[in-house]
Design a binder for this molecule. Structure first.
Ligand code: SF4
Length: 474
């Protein structure tokens, strides 16, 4: 009998991408195999949902509805729903979509194989959600999407209460992993051929709060610097409130920590930051950037910005534009504010009309693009080290360019050459666009040692590493 197949469909931020790697690992440990593009109907479909996005629930129920005919045509097919929306909607999911077999939450990812089996044997939907973390997800098996890049979770949950964010109520209070556990995982990944890791937490700068060590994150970065064979260390997300100079020093003094920083701004208006319950102010934010650039002149800094938060005036928005000009971002994920049910901001007065939000948004995007392009053009002629990546290039690119990330995390398209994903190509920048660079002048290729048992892993489509997906809101 051929093994049962699975497909995991992921929505939302890196936390979910990382959780999906764990879900895939758990299912493979339980004997399932990943469905291929040719699989007519996978035996198990898992939706790893996100509650941050607008209309996330409509989209989920739409997708579940689309699967119903397939489920009817394939007896034994199972559907599971996990992630933040499952944690939020709980039993409602099986009420609205009774053909769902399993609902599991953000705190009990590890229970999925057992719940699927129980649903199959009992022929009844299983809904199991925990209020607190059961097992730290990083202790679960994972099926990594990349042979040479990996996420390493250092904490889960968040102690902040940003008024636009649903994460704290769904992921709970911050829980920190012990440094020894993290470093053991990093070493095991490196032994497995990984050269780049991204340390992951909702607020990496508060790492250590749970075990009372204020400089824990800086120390962790330095310890990663001592791991032989680990070439690149990134992290996401930092928080301006907790970002301290010891982290800047650790970044600058640890050669394998990359000169890139994705630091969410959200608004340049102190009044709006206060209403968002984000306890830094614009001058503190810009002061951190100044110190980062003083220590790492080549650092590329990116951000997240929300336009049209309730009560945002023209003057508030103008202050955001001022901060964007001063910050010289290499890129920004920009969002038009829209209500997220269950968040305090959803009930605030003075919601900004949609047409006003849209108009401000256009102006912000134009400014961000202009500045990003200016920053990119300054790199024309520069020599960069590019870690070639799977899945970064344009799918419609007939020139078969390779693509990858520079040390500062800029996307770089390379001239066709014989490099493979995981190799490091040194190349000169020949063209600069607002959101990518072209480096057609390839100077050298440094091959990554391929492990014998890696098989075709390097050809598996990769996940977007190092930069947050557009739903990141920290
Ligand atoms: S936006 Fe980030 S820092 Fe703020 S509450 Fe949400 S997860 Fe925490």
């Amino acid at each position: 009998m051929s093994p049962r197949t699975y497909d995991v469909r992921t929505y939302g931020c890196q936390m979910n991408v990382h959780d999906s790697e764990r879900i895939a690992g758990l299912l493979e440990q339980a004997g399932y195999v990943k469905a291929t593009d040719d699989t007519q109907a996978p035996d198990v479909v898992v939706f790893n949902t996100c509650a941050v996005r607008e209309n996330a629930d409509n989209r989920l129920y739409g997708n579940l509805g689309h699967l119903l005919p397939a489920k009817k045509a394939h007896p034994g097919m199972q559907i599971a729903v996990g992630g933040c929306l499952a944690q939020k909607d709980r039993g409602t999911i099986v009420e609205r979509a009774p053909w769902v077999d399993v609902v599991f939450g953000t705190h009990n990812v590890g229970a999925l194989p057992v719940l699927l089996e129980r649903a199959r044997v009992e022929q009844e939907s299983q809904v199991e959600l925990l209020e607190a973390l059961d097992v730290f997800p990083s202790t679960l098996p994972a099926r990594r999407e990349s042979a040479y890049r990996a996420w390493v979770s250092i904490s889960v949950g968040c102690n902040n209460t940003c008024t636009f964010c649903i994460v704290p109520s769904l992921r709970g209070k911050e829980r920190d992993r012990r440094p020894g556990d993290i470093l053991r995982e990093v070493q095991a990944l490196v032994d497995d051929g990984v050269v780049e890791i991204t340390l992951l937490g909702q607020n990496v700068n508060s790492y250590g709060a749970e075990f009372g060590q204020r400089d824990a994150f800086a120390q962790l970065l330095r310890a990663c610097g001592d791991v032989d064979g680990l070439e690149r260390v990134r992290f996401t997300s930092p928080h301006p409130r907790d970002f301290t100079d010891d982290v800047i020093d650790a970044m600058a003094e640890t050669p394998n920590v990359m000169p890139s920083l994705h630091m969410p701004l959200q608004s340049g208006s102190d009044r709006v930051l206060k209403a968002m319950r984000r306890s830094y102010r614009a001058d503190r934010y810009l002061g951190i950037l100044d110190r980062v650039r003083a220590a790492m002149p080549d650092a590329a800094i990116t951000t997240d910005i929300i336009v049209g938060f309730p009560g945002e005036t023209d003057n508030d928005f103008a202050q955001t534009l001022d901060v964007v000009r001063a910050a010289r971002f290499a890129g920004a994920f920009t969002f038009q504010y829209s209500k997220r049910p269950g968040t305090p901001a959803a009930d605030m007065p003075d919601q900004v009309p949609g047409d006003v939000v849209a108009e401000r948004y256009q102006r912000l995007v134009a400014l961000v693009d202009e500045i990003a392009w200016t920053e990119s053009k300054a790199l024309h002629g520069a020599t960069l080290e590019v870690l070639v990546a799977e899945g970064e290039g344009r799918k419609d690119d007939a020139t078969h360019r390779l693509s990858g990330r520079a040390r500062d995390n800029r996307l770089v398209h390379l001239a066709p050459c014989d490099a493979l994903p995981g190799d490091v190509v040194t190349a000169r920048v020949t063209y600069a666009a607002p959101h990518h660079l072209v480096a057609d002048d390839v100077l050298s290729v440094r091959r990554r040692a391929l492990r014998v048992d890696e098989g075709t892993a390097a050809a598996v489509p990769g996940v977007f590493v190092g930069m947050p997906s557009f739903d990141n809101r920290c």
